[in-house]
Design a protein around this ligand. Structure first.
Ligand code: NAD
Length: 344
């Protein structure tokens, strides 16, 4: 398969009692046990699920390496519709599958799974994170932590691309105001940024606009608004040959995973002089929280780790400019270098 990239292990699990069908992929354990969330998704075919878990697990190797976490890259997918099939027994069965790997893979929540699901997983294995947290301890909902990293990353991108240290009066469009986007709006609004928000769920838009001075915009307009920063916080694959020529933002910096439909779309952004903050570098706040939680760290340590994201981005921006390369190519290379140093 095209997505296969020397993965260490791909495990198919089936549990007759609960109907669980899951795949765990471990891309690399060079930097530590493979960590990455568990996604529940109604894949049309098993091949599609395998392709997704291969791609996502490699993405976690890169994300964890760039965040300087003591973890490798892994991911799990459960085949099915999260609204119809989820129950405690299913997640316990998934927990047994995770446990069978003896700690080579550590799971957490992702699209289609929640903190509660992870509590069910935790009945069958200790190799799970993303559970609740007591005040002052690392853990809990990773969304606000991701939002903090994206906010600090936007500040770094604004300074690099626009030469401005403050966000006051800057125009920022946020696509998707769910768990991450909503919190991001709060942080940007506190700095006096002018916000434009779009979401397919009107209630989510309304909630943000009632709380902060933000203007609602149509879902099909948000990508082509005349703004300084576009922050994609909804779906992946939104930057492609159709959307890039319509962009009028000078910076793209947001939480969504896999924002570039293809690696080459990074070249189109570079040619259009749009500064792109590589998604897995800027959105690492959540996995940083999950990682600290797993090792029993504090909330203060999580915040300190997240505060290192902007410097990492600036290093990527500078290297890309110096070498006349795309920021995504530079980030991928830096991640691969970190992995190779440990495997050598
Ligand atoms: P979420 O599901 O809470 O929010 C996503 C929001 O986007 C929803 O309100 C949804 O209605 C909206 N949306 C969906 N399609 C849309 C469209 N076409 N146009 C506009 N809005 C649309 O998810 P989240 O936890 O906020 O995560 C947002 C993105 O960030 C996802 O891509 C996720 O994979 C990524 N991410 C999240 C975290 C985290 O800690 N939660 C960490 C890293 C990356």
């Amino acid at each position: 398969m095209r997505e296969f990239d020397g993965h260490e292990l791909v495990l198919f699990g089936h549990d007759a009692g609960t109907g669980l069908r899951a795949i765990i992929a471990i891309h690399s354990t060079a930097l530590g046990p493979a960590a990455g969330g568990c996604r529940v998704w109604p894949y049309a075919t098993t091949a599609e699920a395998v392709a997704d878990v291969l791609r996502l697990s490699r993405g976690m190797s890169y994300k964890n390496a760039m965040a300087e976490l003591p973890f490798g890259g892994g991911k799990a997918v459960i085949l099915g519709d999260s609204h119809r099939m989820k129950n405690a027994r299913l997640f316990e069965a998934f927990g047994r599958l995770v446990d069978s790997l003896g700690g080579r893979y550590i799971t957490a929540e992702d699209v289609g799974t929640t903190t509660q699901d992870m509590a069910d997983v935790a009945r069958a294995t200790r190799y799970v994170s993303g559970l609740g947290a007591a005040p002052g301890e690392a853990g809990g909902d990773p969304g606000p932590k991701t939002a903090l990293g994206v906010y600090l990353g936007i500040r770094a991108a604004v300074e690099f691309r626009l030469g401005r240290k403050e966000l006051q009066g800057l125009r920022v469009a946020v696509q998707g105001v769910g768990g991450v986007g909503h919190h991001l709006c709060g942080l940007l609004a506190a700095d006096g940024a002018e916000l434009f928000v779009a979401d397919v769920q009107q209630a989510a838009v309304q909630k943000v606009c009632e709380k902060y001075p933000a203007r609602p915009v149509a879902v099909d307009e948000v990508l082509s608004l005349e703004v300084d920063v576009l922050a994609p916080c909804a779906l992946g694959g939104i930057l492609d040959a159709r959307s890039i020529p319509r962009l009028r933002a000078r910076i793209v910096a947001g939480a969504a995973n896999n924002q570039l439909a293809q690696g080459e779309d990074g070249t189109a952004l570079q040619q259009a002089e749009v500064l792109y903050a590589p998604d897995y570098v800027i959105n690492a706040g959540g996995i940083i929280s999950v990682s600290r939680e797993y090792h029993g760290g504090s909330e203060a340590q999580v915040i300190a780790d997240i505060q290192r994201i902007p410097a990492r981005l600036t290093e990527i921006f500078e290297r890309a400019r110096r070498e006349n390369r795309t920021t995504n190519a530079v980030a991928d290379q830096m991640a691969r270098e970190r992995l190779a140093r440990r495997t050598a």
